[in-house]
Write a protein that binds this ligand. Structure first.
Ligand SMILES: Cc1cc2nc3c(=O)[nH]c(=O)nc-3n(C[C@H](O)[C@H](O)[C@H](O)COP(=O)(O)OP(=O)(O)OC[C@H]3O[C@@H](n4cnc5c(N)ncnc54)[C@H](O)[C@@H]3O)c2cc1C
Length: 382
């Protein structure tokens, strides 16, 4: 067991999970702290835009599979690849299992838990190297490319994104989309649900509302399946060629988190400051954090708020902490970048579209690259 000492007299912030939100917390913490980000992956493997990842993996990788070295704001952040296996809040330290099997102890003054959720085969908490990550992305895209017909089960944003992108990319393939409610996208504004349903119909996705699938015994949602799908809602079984399950069976990555921090479903409880109740120097953000019914802090500037509140706590200015106030409806891009650009749906049901040229020349390089990530270096190799 290796014990790692502090490398400076500055307060030390440990970020448990360097995915979409942990990375942004690290970027936005600012100077004055020693920051350590711990990740099971050697680079950012974003949980966003599964539809693009499966249908245009080379395009997806340009924005969503990113070497940590491309973020100038991480230059002063220590990054450690490993899996956190224990959190000892009285000693204020985490234990990390490294890729070579050794264990290492890392102390903290403030801890940010951003370990996300496991979801299907595309998001997990396994230690992985870049080759295996790339192979997994390529294999899944090949399976989609080779199938004549794709079945998608589960009507959330992931299912919609895959259904729309497969149909747009491969107009000759049949795409069957099954979901249990009358319309896809529960949790989104009714106007958004209607608009997306119309869009899917227009592009030729075969819609099957009112179908709730029976989950095959012991199935962990970690791969495509083939063969018949049965329904608890009474319809006859459907003979599917290749099936993607996006039924929202997310599993919180909480194996290292003490039970008293978790709610009854295993997500980390938070107060209005995104702090874990009873632990003044522990914060949680992103998909692991039980902030609101939609657990939406990954996309509502939760990273900025946590970075601010960690700074306030470590400077003894807790009175300056900000409160999180999530919108009542989910929002976001849903379909990703399409031929005509990127449409973003607001919580109030309205939407706006960035034309494709603006996505390429303004949105990604300026709004995302400069404002959200505070700079991204050109790719050399990921
Ligand atoms: C800028 C931005 C824009 C977004 N836009 C949209 C949108 O338009 N539409 C939409 O639907 N959603 C959007 N999202 C939300 C997004 O889809 C997910 O909610 C987001 O990917 C969740 O991020 P996360 O950091 O919580 O989890 P993840 O990105 O999954 O990161 C968690 C990381 O922690 C690691 N980890 C897990 N356990 C351990 C452990 N024990 N030790 C070490 N590491 C561990 C995991 O392997 C993973 O790398 C957006 C998010 C962001 C940040």
């Amino acid at each position: 067991m290796r014990r790692v000492g502090r490398r400076s007299p500055r307060p030390r912030v440990v970020i448990a999970g360097l995915g979409d939100t942990g990375l942004l917390v690290a970027i936005h913490l600012g100077p004055g702290f020693e920051v350590l980000g711990i990740s099971t992956k050697p680079c950012l493997v974003s949980g966003q835009e599964l539809g693009t990842r499966l249908t245009r993996p080379e395009v997806w990788k340009q924005n969503y599979l990113m070497s940590f070295g491309r973020y100038p704001r991480l230059d002063d952040v220590q990054v450690l690849q490993g899996r956190i296996t224990d959190l000892d809040t009285s000693a204020q330290q985490v234990t990390v299992t490294l890729p070579d099997g050794d264990q290492q102890i890392e102390p903290y003054d403030a801890l940010v838990i951003s370990s996300g959720v496991a979801n299907g085969f595309w998001r997990n908490d396994a230690l992985e190297d870049l080759t295996s990550i790339r192979d997994g992305i390529r294999r899944a895209a090949e399976q989609i490319a080779e199938a004549d017909s794709i079945t998608i089960i589960g009507g959330g944003a992931t299912g919609v994104s895959v259904a729309a992108n497969v149909r747009e990319r491969y107009p000759d393939k049949t795409v069957h989309f099954f979901y249990s409610e009358p319309q896809p996208l529960p949790g989104y504004h009714p106007k958004v649900r209607q608009r997306i349903e119309d869009h899917l119909e227009r592009i030729g996705v075969e819609l099957h509302p009112g179908h709730r699938a029976l989950i095959p015994e012991g199935f962990a949602f970690d791969r495509f399946t083939t063969g018949p799908v049965s329904w608890s809602t009474g319809q006859i079984p459907f003979e599917a060629a290749l099936t993607l399950w996006s039924v929202g069976h997310v599993r919180p990555n909480n194996s290292f988190i003490p039970g008293d921090m978790l709610d009854e479903r295993g997500f980390v409880r938070t107060d209005q400051f995104l702090r874990v109740p009873g632990y003044p120097n522990v914060f949680a953000v992103g998909d692991i954090a039980a902030t609101d019914p939609h657990r939406s802090s990954a996309r509502n500037w939760g990273y900025r708020l946590v970075a601010h509140n960690v700074r306030a706590t470590l400077k003894g200015k807790e009175h300056a902490m900000k409160q999180y106030s999530p919108p009542p409806y989910r929002w976001g891009s849903i379909l990703g970048v399409q031929e005509d650009g990127l449409r973003v749906f607001r919580p109030d049901g309205s939407s706006f579209r960035f034309p494709r040229w603006a996505v390429q020349r303004l949105l990604f390089p300026v709004a995302v690259g400069k404002v959200i990530y505070r700079g991204i270096r050109r790719a050399t190799s990921t």
